[in-house]
Design a protein around this ligand. Structure first.
Ligand SMILES: CC(=O)N[C@H]1[C@@H](OP(=O)(O)OP(=O)(O)OC[C@H]2O[C@@H](n3ccc(=O)[nH]c3=O)[C@H](O)[C@@H]2O)O[C@H](CO)[C@@H](O)[C@@H]1O
Ligand SMILES: C=C(OP(=O)(O)O)C(=O)O
Length: 423
């Protein structure tokens, strides 16, 4: 298990390039199962989640070649059962359900269960696939979906108690591409990753309109074909480095970003007193720490609102921002595991009922801390950049799930970090 040592106090500056999006890559890799033909996906980040997805595809019988950021998949003959050993390691493996069901009329996928960010039910995924004519049963920790006579288009509402579901929208959209007739998804998730998946599917011959709005229409086709696709930039990786720059930066430029995907994060940083400038084409931005940082309140919401995947990192920034800031997570109200570790570094945070109140302190001090999930680990790295002394972040595999070569990118910006490899 690797760990990261962050020696605080070195300001970061310079430029880095943002990687392809993890959360767009995962469903797109799964969607390659919808055709027997060759699919080439570029800018897939080299993170453990995409490696697991490649292993799942291989385990299902697909031929997969990976060279740098490019993955070529040929799924001419595949099985309907996703191998448990790998599926259990990654929650996003639930997005195999839609493509497998559409292609094989049956799928067996291990249930993801909960995780440290809270309960992660899949009732809306199942409800959506059942509306298309599938039947479901649960056996031995697996969900088994069958549609022996194929799927049929229907109207499906995917709104849950906490709003729409991203991977649920992906699953129903992927399944509906090969269903007979027209499917309408209402209360669809509007995240850019859903739009990227829809663009990928359309480039394979699917007929999808409305992705990026709450109503998506999919006209079923009998077959999809091969394609080549470039994955969108990772808005959460970009947001994480934007916050790093606001916390410890002395002018940090991020290349290959998408301004339109970063509106809520940019607004929160500007409100907190930091400077964010985009270039004319909106594909690069430079962030400077403001002279008078101010406390703000952020409330996570479905896109285009402030993303839950960016609240832990912002909490690290608020830990050193004078005054009282507030973070409310309406999507995953239990997603505050990072706060206990930030407190070990000297932060003043009170968490109750899905809300953290953070009183800025003058300084944090480095400490051994435990990463509990992907974005919580990112928050600890950010805090470590400005803490006095050394922060030792254990269980680095959490961060390696979703940040491509984070240590190398931080080193390129002048941070003093060291990955300690432990076998
Ligand atoms: C791989 C990937 O893209 N992961 C992202 C995706 O996860 P994921 O797609 O799993 O998250 P969802 O959008 O489904 O979850 C949103 C909310 O809906 C609830 N819910 C979800 C499904 C369901 O069947 N029933 C139900 O009640 C969840 O508990 C949560 O409160 O979107 C989340 C919300 O933006 C992000 O934090 C994750 O990084
Ligand atoms: C929570 C995340 O991912 P996952 O849904 O795969 O757990 C994330 O990317 O922050």
């Amino acid at each position: 298990m690797d760990k990261l040592l962050v020696h605080g106090g070195s300001p970061i500056h310079g430029a880095i390039t943002i990687s392809g999006s993890k959360n767009a890559s995962l469903p797109i890799l799964a969607a390659a199962l919808l055709t027997e033909e060759d699919v080439v996906i570029r800018r897939v980040p080299d993170v453990s989640d995409t490696n697991y997805m490649v292993q799942i595809l291989t385990g299902l019988g697909a031929d997969v070649e990976r060279f740098s950021g490019t993955v070529r998949i040929t799924a001419s003959e595949i099985s309907d059962t996703a191998p448990y050993d790998i599926v259990r390691r990654m929650r996003a493996s639930v997005c195999m359900m839609g493509p497998l069901l559409a292609r094989k009329q049956r799928c067996v996928v291990a249930l993801p269960g909960g995780c440290v960010i809270g309960d992660r039910p899949i009732d809306l995924h199942i409800r959506g696939l059942e509306a298309l004519g599938a039947t479901s049963e649960f056996e031995g920790g697996n969900v088994i979906l069958t549609a022996p006579h194929g799927l049929k288009g229907a109207t499906v509402d995917l709104c849950g108690e906490n709003g729409p579901t991203v991977l649920g929208t992906d699953n129903v959209m992927m399944a509906a591409t090969l269903a007979e007739g027209t499917t309408t998804i209402t209360s669809a998730a509007c995240e850019p990753e859903v739009v990227d998946l829809a663009e990928f599917l359309n480039s394979m011959g699917a007929k999808i309109t409305g992705a990026g709005t709450p109503i998506i229409t999919i006209e079923g086709v009998s077959k999809l074909h091969g394609t080549v696709h470039n994955v969108i930039p990772d808005r959460i990786e970009a947001g994480t480095f934007m916050v790093a720059a606001a916390l410890a930066g002395d002018g940090v430029t991020l290349r290959r970003v998408h301004e339109g995907h970063l509106v809520a994060i940019t607004a929160a940083l500007r409100k907190a007193g930091h400077q964010v400038h985009f270039n004319n084409t909106g594909d690069a931005c430079t962030v400077h720490r403001g002279d008078t940082p101010m406390p703000v309140e952020i409330v996570t919401e479905p896109y285009p609102g402030y993303p839950t995947d960016m609240q832990a990192q912002m909490t690290a920034l608020f830990a050193m921002t004078p005054g009282s800031s507030v973070v409310v997570d309406t999507i995953f109200p239990q997603r505050f595991m990072h706060c206990a570790e930030l407190k070990r570094m000297g932060a003043d945070i009170h968490v109750a009922d899905g809300k953290a109140v953070i009183k800025g302190v003058k300084s944090l001090s480095g400490a051994p801390v435990m990463a509990s999930d992907l974005r919580a680990s990112a928050a600890l790295v950010l805090a470590g950049l400005v803490a006095k002394g050394t922060t030792e972040i254990n269980r680095l595999y959490h961060i390696d799930r979703g940040y491509e070569h984070i240590d190398e990118k931080l080193l390129a910006l002048g941070a003093n970090v060291e990955r300690v490899r432990e076998r």
